[in-house]
Write a protein that binds this ligand. Structure first.
Ligand SMILES: Cc1ncc(COP(=O)(O)O)c(C=O)c1O
Length: 337
């Protein structure tokens, strides 16, 4: 497959250009990149599963985001901060030696060169401005590797908001430098000692914190996860990566686009933001993520079948014995078996 490719754009980690991007092309997979509507659904994914106490906050946030995203003043303010504070647009670097070795042209979108060292600042800036717009005075966030915590602490310091970051005790030990940076920026870093003492547990604690402080605090989620409207608004705040990259690729490739757009996936925000920019182009969007090692991968075969016949129907991964082709397009179908 690699030999057939002429160009590949790679979002290594990962303007506000037309976030209204290319809605025409979204029609082929309307659930993937469009407006998820009031129920926050992306096909069979999405939704809002939160304690009753958080429903009004989620509804308020959705309304605020809809209004802000349609407000040229908000968009201009965000674009200004992205330029003057976050250092956008980030460049695209041609990885010449890797290209030579692979026999494809590899272009890297350099989100590592954004302020704080990753794409997380795009989302944190957007959510920070949104929090201010709805009158919240503090941010709470979860972090694992520490990048989202650092980005949130940075934005909170810049906008004059309070900041509390929940982090698993194990992650705190592993990411000492990022803890130091968050504290230097004035954030309170709260160690989480429950469960596996990692990101999932930190997320639960951050949610608990939010439930009790929801009147004054905005929960700044770090990726395309959590209840509606988070996955949608995080993708829109990260769309800047894809919009920039599309224009930069066109310039480097004499008007053409890349054949393939690749992104790493942790929570999925840089991938969603990058792919959003290319959804109207012929570029294919495979993404790569580490697979759990306990189950064999790829399974011997996998096919969509009646749910009831699947011995693991409650699981999100295909079960051994299925025979569906494993492509990004059929992947959701395979998941349903
Ligand atoms: C530097 C960096 N890149 C990428 C990711 C993946 O996050 P996401 O999949 O939300 O883009 C993370 C996650 O913490 C990160 O710290």
């Amino acid at each position: 497959m690699v030999e057939r490719l002429q160009h590949a754009a790679v979002a290594a980690v990962p303007d506000v250009a037309p976030a209204s991007a290319p809605d025409a092309a979204v029609t082929s997979r309307p659930w993937a990149m469009g407006d998820p509507g009031p129920r926050g659904r992306f096909g069979s994914f999405g939704g809002r599963f939160v304690p009753e106490a958080l429903v009004p906050a989620c509804e308020q946030l959705e309304a605020a985001f809809r209004a802000a995203w349609a407000d040229a003043g908000f968009r201009a303010g965000l674009a200004g901060l992205q330029r003057s504070y976050a250092g956008r647009p980030t460049p695209v670097t041609e990885a010449t030696r890797l290209s030579e070795a692979l026999g494809v042209r590899v272009l890297l979108k350099r989100e590592d060169l954004a302020h704080t060292g990753s794409h997380k600042i795009n989302n944190a800036l957007g959510q920070g401005l949104l929090a201010q717009r709805i009158g919240k005075t503090a941010l709470v966030a979860e972090t694992g590797a520490g990048q989202h915590g650092v980005a949130t602490a940075t934005v909170a310091a810049h906008l004059g908001l309070g900041c509390t970051v929940y982090m698993g005790a194990k992650d705190i030990a592993r990411q000492e430098l990022n803890v130091f940076r968050m504290e230097l920026l004035g954030a309170a870093v709260v160690p989480v000692t429950s469960g596996a003492r990692t990101l999932k547990d930190a997320t639960s604690e951050a949610l608990r914190h939010w439930v009790t402080t929801v009147d004054s605090t905005h929960y700044c989620i770090g990726s395309v996860l959590g209840p509606h409207p988070y996955p949608w608004l995080v993708r829109e705040f990260q769309r800047v990566i894809g919009d920039e990259a599309r224009a930069q690729c066109a310039e480097l490739l004499s008007g053409a686009g890349p054949d393939v757009v690749v992104a790493c996936v942790g929570g999925g925000s840089n991938a969603a933001g990058t792919f959003a920019g290319f959804v109207a182009t012929p570029a294919r969007p495979p993404s790569t993520t580490p697979r759990p090692t306990r189950r064999p991968w790829p399974p011997p075969s996998c096919a969509p079948g009646p749910r009831a016949s699947c011995p693991r129907s409650s699981q999100l991964t295909p079960w051994p014995g299925c025979t569906a082709p494993r492509t990004p397009e059929t992947w959701p179908a395979a998941r349903r078996c």
